[in-house]
Design a binder for this molecule. Structure first.
Ligand SMILES: *Cc1c(COP(=O)(O)O)cnc(C)c1O
Length: 371
């Protein structure tokens, strides 16, 4: 089945006696055992599994063409589980502009137990040269946050496979509708489901999908079920509900995103626009090869300094000045001040998540704010 159809039907796993067309929210933490001591309903205890989480995991696994999925209580927890699954002293190759919250885990939680290098992953030779005998993970993020750099999933997968190193792709900015890393050779895909999957800025979550149920995956499932950083049934319900419209929301985000990028690109007060859908984007050809469309995420440099950028975020009216992305409402954010003094993000950079309002209203708001 096609993604539009899977997104609607893959979460309807259970036939209830009341005949619900939409699956109910199962709040029970514990489930009846049968006479033989087994679990006739397929669930034992809700940290291990529950009907709403299984529905979510089944849906996202199908949308990403994987064998299995593990849902967590946040996107960051996916990173935590991946790093916890590695043997001590393993080496990780990560992107230089890695999502700052996950980069922070490496720098502050795993700094004594793991080794890591943050490199420019658009340079394939640099990736090859960075592989060490103890490299146990290549982590990529594409398109990246906040510079929208695009890395070649297929080429990096070849490099990783040749050395038997697992490749994980944070595909949050693309959503499973626009990009499927497993089909390009990645071993595991990650999404912060707080973003496009949730789509309404009202639920926090993360999910990993694996190409194969191998030994690494067993360790990740154990961390999920024994560690217990799992989403509540209500969160899983909200996500499966949202995912039903994901394909159509992504169409709107992409359509609006393209028009906003074109508008910003010709604006005299804009120094540069970072959007993979623009022909001027340095990795536009790679983006075209591995993405079906280019989403609603972009960033741009306001002409001038940090103060000039602040002026713009303080003048917008329709856009909300807030962090996060992928919701129906348009958001704008000064990234440098969120990321803190160690940030390498340009001080005049603004990131925008183009929402699903009418594009003329979105552009009119940017026009009045940019002057
Ligand atoms: C938001 C985000 C994360 C972290 O997800 P949370 O749900 O906020 O924990 C990871 N990677 C990317 C690219 C993100 O945008």
């Amino acid at each position: 089945m096609k993604p539009e159809t899977l997104a609607i039907h893959a979460s309807n796993l259970v036939k209830t006696t009341t005949g619900d067309v939409t699956p109910p929210i199962n709040l029970s933490t514990t489930f009846f055992r049968g006479e033989d001591g087994g679990y006739p309903g397929g669930h034992m205890y809700s940290r291990v599994s529950n009907p709403n989480r299984s529905a979510l995991e089944n849906t996202v696994a199908k949308l990403e063409y994987g064998e299995d999925a593990a849902a967590f209580s946040s996107g960051n927890t996916c990173g935590l589980a991946m790093f916890q699954a590695l043997k001590p002293c393993s080496h990780i190759i990560a992107p230089d502009d890695m999502y700052w919250g996950i980069k922070k885990q490496l720098l502050t939680i795993f700094n004594e137990s793991l080794e890591f290098d943050f490199i420019d992953q658009t340079d394939l030779n640099l990736i090859k040269a960075s592989i060490k005998p103890n490299t146990q993970l290549i982590w990529i993020e594409t398109p990246s946050n906040p510079l929208l750099k695009v890395t070649d999933i297929e080429e990096i997968a070849k490099i990783a496979k040749a050395k038997n190193i697992p490749l994980v792709c944070d595909s949050t900015f693309a959503s499973p509708i626009l990009q499927n890393p497993i089909l390009l050779g990645a071993d595991i895909v990650m999404h912060s489901s707080t973003k496009y999957l949730g789509g309404h800025s009202d639920v926090l979550g993360g999910i990993l999908v694996t190409a194969k149920k191998d030994e690494l995956w067993d360790r990740i499932k154990n961390i999920q079920q024994t560690g217990g950083a799992v989403p509540a049934p209500f969160d899983c319900f909200l996500l499966t509900r949202s995912i039903k419209t994901l394909a159509y929301r992504m169409k709107g985000h992409c359509e609006n995103g393209k028009k906003v990028a074109d508008y910003l690109n010709q604006h005299p007060n804009v120094e540069a626009v970072f959007y993979p859908g623009l022909e001027s984007h340095p990795q536009h050809e790679i983006a075209k090869k591995q993405m079906k469309d280019f989403s609603g995420m972009m960033s741009f440099l306001v002409k001038g300094d940090a103060a000039a950028a602040h002026k713009v975020v303080n003048k917008v009216q329709l856009f909300a000045q807030a962090t996060s992305l992928g919701g129906v409402e348009s958001l704008i954010e000064h990234r440098y001040s969120v990321e803190g003094p160690d940030s390498t993000t340009p001080k005049n950079l603004l990131r925008i998540s183009v929402g699903l309002e009418h594009v003329e209203d979105i552009i009119a708001d940017l026009a009045q704010a940019l002057g």
